[in-house]
Design a protein around this ligand. Structure first.
Ligand code: ADP
Length: 301
C-alpha cells in the first residue's frame, strides 16, 4: 500500500515509528507537512499538491495534526477523503474531538460517565454555575488549552469565582468541572484501535501537582484496567467516530469518567510503558480496513 502521514516533522517519535512500522510491512510511505499541502477544490478531479508535486495515488492517510493547525489540517485531510483515500481518523471526527465542549455533549448524550461539567458565558451567572456543578473545589479549564496548560484547580468558592471572572474578563472560553480528588493526581490513558483498548497506562502527577500530563512532569506506568473501563474507552472513541484514539479516564467514586478523547495520541509514552508495537498495530489496522471511499461521512458535516 501507499500511505501518507500528515505530520509537521518526520523526526517526531510517533512519526518515525509509523514510518518504520509501515516500511517493515513493505508499504510505501511519504510524510507530508500538512501546512505545505495545497489543493484545488473542483468537483471533477480534486487534487493535492505538496512542494509542486501532485499527491494522488495514496491508499491511506494517517493524520497527525497538531492542535494549532486543526483548521487547515482537517481541510487537507477532507480533500484526501474526497479523493477516495482512506483516512485512519476522519476529518469530521478530528474536528469533533478538538472541541472539548462539543465532545462532552456528545459523550453525555450517549450516557458515558463524565465529570459534572458546566459552561457559561456571562460573569453574572458564575455563582449559580458553581452551585450547578456542586461547589468548590473545582477544576477550571480553558477550552483552547492542551498539555495541561490552562487547567486550574480552585480549592475554594472565592478562588473559583475569581479565576472564572478573570478568564471571562479576557473573553476566554472555559469550562468548570467537578474536581475528582479521589483520582489522586492520576489518570489513565487508554489507547484504542478499532474496537479494542490495545494498551493502557497510568499517568501520575508529580508531588504537589494535580495534573498528570507527562509534559507537566507526570510519570507513566503500566496499569491493568477493568472491563468497565475498557468498554467506556472503546465506546467513547466510537461516539467521537475515531478509529484510533487516546481516551483519558479518571477513577472517580462514581466509576470511570472520561476526561478527554484525543485524536492524535502520542506513541512514545504508551509504547515505553507497555512495551508494545503500537505503531505496527496501527499499520495493521489500516491494512485490514483501508478501501477507497471508505469513510462514514465522505467529508460531510
Ligand atoms: P489537557 O487537555 O490540557 O491535557 P486535561 O483536561 O486533560 O487538559 O487536564 C490535565 C490534567 O489535569 C489531567 O491529565 C488530569 O490529571 C487533571 N484533571 C483534569 N480534569 C480533572 C478533574 N475534573 N478532576 C481531577 N483532575 C483533573
Amino acid at each position: 500500500m501507499k500511505i501518507a502521514i500528515l505530520s509537521r516533522n518526520k523526526k517526531l517519535y510517533s512519526t518515525r515509528r509509523l514510518i518504520a512500522a509501515a516500511q517493515a510491512r513493505d508499504h510505501e510511505v511519504a510524510v507530508l507537512d500538512v501546512v505545505r499541502c495545497y489543493m484545488n477544490i473542483t468537483s471533477m478531479r480534486p487534487s493535492i499538491h505538496f512542494r509542486g508535486e501532485d499527491q494522488s495515488g495514496f491508499d491511506a492517510v494517517i493524520p497527525r495534526i497538531g492542535a494549532s493547525v486543526t483548521f487547515y489540517g482537517t481541510a487537507v485531510l477532507r480533500q484526501f477523503e474526497m479523493m477516495g483515500v482512506y483516512p485512519l481518523n476522519e476529518s469530521v471526527a478530528i474536528t469533533r474531538s478538538r472541541d472539548k465542549l462539543r465532545s462532552l455533549q456528545l459523550l453525555s448524550r450517549k450516557g458515558i460517565g463524565l465529570p459534572v461539567t458546566g459552561f457559561a458565558n456571562c460573569p453574572d451567572d458564575v455563582e449559580d454555575l458553581i452551585k450547578m456543578v456542586g461547589g468548590a473545589p473545582l477544576v477550571i479549564k480553558l477550552l483552547e488549552g492542551t498539555q495541561g496548560i490552562g487547567v486550574v484547580l480552585a480549592e475554594t468558592q472565592k478562588a473559583a469565582e475569581s479565576v472564572i471572572e478573570a478568564f471571562m474578563g479576557l473573553k476566554a472560553n472555559i469550562l468548570v468541572q467537578e474536581y475528582i480528588r479521589e483520582a489522586g493526581g492520576a489518570d489513565i490513558r487508554c489507547f484504542v484501535i478499532g474496537d479494542k483498548v490495545v494498551a493502557a497506562m497510568k499517568r501520575q502527577a508529580q508531588a504537589g501537582e494535580f495534573r498528570s500530563n507527562l509534559h507537566r512532569g507526570g510519570s507513566a506506568s503500566l496499569i491493568k484496567i477493568t472491563p468497565e473501563e475498557r468498554s467506556t474507552a472503546v465506546r467513547a472513541a466510537k461516539v467521537m467516530g475515531l478509529n484510533v484514539a487516546g481516551v483519558d479516564l479518571l477513577r472517580s467514586n462514581h466509576g470511570a469518567v472520561v476526561m478527554e478523547v484525543n485524536s492524535s495520541p502520542g506513541l512514545e509514552g504508551i509504547e515505553a510503558a507497555s512495551g508494545k508495537d503500537i505503531a505496527g498495530m496501527i499499520i495493521e489496522f489500516i491494512t485490514r480496513n483501508a478501501r477507497p471511499h471508505h469513510t462514514r461521512t465522505r467529508g460531510q458535516g
